[in-house]
Design a protein around this ligand. Structure first.
Ligand SMILES: [Zn+2]
Ligand SMILES: [Zn+2]
Ligand SMILES: [Zn+2]
Ligand SMILES: [Zn+2]
Length: 360
């Protein structure tokens, strides 16, 4: 993640800010210049991006202006067409039931993690279309809680139904309790995980999405050669075996986590999620001057820099009594899986750039 300058006072703006903490100017994410910018209030609740080269006329996303869980803008042109949600909130199919205490705060954390995910996907040039005309499948999200009152049903699952965090056909569901620190930490220790974070859930589930969008029915054989055959055993058989027998003793040799041993689809999603972790850390290190460059199209250079950063940051976290920043160990087998993901990302990135050139 990078930081942005306030155009009014030159203070540093951070990705989640809604106002400059020094000069109190309102700030928002401008889709015209793809940056967090200071905004000048206009008539009729509109704003103008004060970036000299941009100047786009903007309107706050409904979830920014009314709900207080977003900091993105849409263009006045979009607002005139009746659009009320930003390019990030537009993907929501179901939001938490806000009549339940604490749900608005949890929803804000979910949206913040989603915006961060989209920042990294945009950095990589990976598509995340919401319209079925543009992607098969399009991408959508639901944030649901296990048990909800009967009232307000359009937001909720059926009463008493457990909600499983997961992906199906382009639709990502995240259980709202994952945004509750106590609940999430309890689950982390129950499942004996090195990490359990909201952003981690988003990065894992989007891995399943890209498997479906970019690999399924296209290049499955090449993926099978690296991750194993996802058809044998079936997902449900693999799940049952995993919860009965646990992971093999030597799982660290071949997998990033014990959960990744469950089935090739989970191995792919865990690897994809870790790849996004790596890109995000390298990008941040580059923008904050910790390393000379950020994301690199050369995987060997990425792995080398990331390895050096991890050693230092793990020790810093230990100094502060925190969990290791990077508990994963990259063995040669795991590096080969990361290479597969890296090449898949690069070909999607270049295909996207080529299609944009054709359009221009
Ligand atoms: Zn300022
Ligand atoms: Zn702008
Ligand atoms: Zn929004
Ligand atoms: Zn999964």
């Amino acid at each position: 993640m990078r930081h942005y300058p306030c155009h009014r006072c030159d203070n540093r703006l951070f990705f989640d800010n809604t106002q400059c903490l020094v000069c109190a100017t309102e700030v928002g994410w401008c889709p015209g210049c793809n940056a967090l910018v200071a905004m000048e209030r206009q008539a009729n609740g509109r704003y103008r991006c004060v970036d000299d080269g941009c100047g786009t006329l903007l309107v706050k996303c409904h979830n920014y202006a009314v709900e207080g869980v977003c900091n993105r803008m849409l263009t006045a042109q979009e607002a005139d067409q009746g659009i009320t949600l930003c390019d990030c909130c537009r993907h929501n199919r179901a939001i938490p039931d806000l009549s339940i205490e604490g749900h608005r705060e949890r929803w804000a954390k979910l949206e913040s993690a989603k915006r961060r995910l989209f920042y990294t996907l945009d950095l990589l040039g990976l598509p995340h279309e919401v319209s079925p005309d543009k992607a098969d499948p399009p991408l959508s999200f639901s944030f649901l809680a296990d048990e909800l009152p009967v009232e307000g049903g359009w937001h909720s699952s059926e009463e008493g139904m457990p909600v499983f965090t997961g992906h199906a056909g382009g639709h990502i569901t995240i259980n709202v309790k994952e945004a509750d620190d106590v609940e999430r930490e309890r689950l982390r220790t129950d499942f004996n995980e090195a990490h359990r974070t909201l952003i981690g859930h988003f990065r894992h589930e989007i891995g399943h999405y890209y498997w479906e969008l970019l690999i399924k029915g296209r290049v499955e054989d090449a993926c099978i050669a690296v991750f194993g055959d996802h058809r044998h055993p079936s997902y449900s058989d693999a799940l049952e075996r995993h919860y009965q027998q646990g992971p093999p003793a030597d799982w660290r040799e071949h997998h990033l986590s014990a959960y990744a041993t469950m089935h090739p689809w989970e191995d792919f999603a865990e690897t994809f999620g870790f790849y996004l972790d790596m890109v995000a850390i390298l990008d941040t290190a580059g923008h904050f001057g910790i390393t000379p460059t950020g994301f690199d199209e050369d995987l060997d250079a990425m792995l080398y820099t990331f390895g050096r950063l991890s050693l230092g940051f793990n020790e810093m976290n230990r100094e502060m009594g925190l969990l290791d920043l990077v508990p994963e160990v990259i063995t040669p087998t795991i590096a080969a899986k990361l290479r597969y993901v890296h090449e898949m990302v690069l070909s999607a990135r270049h295909a996207d750039a080529a299609s944009q050139q054709t359009l221009a």
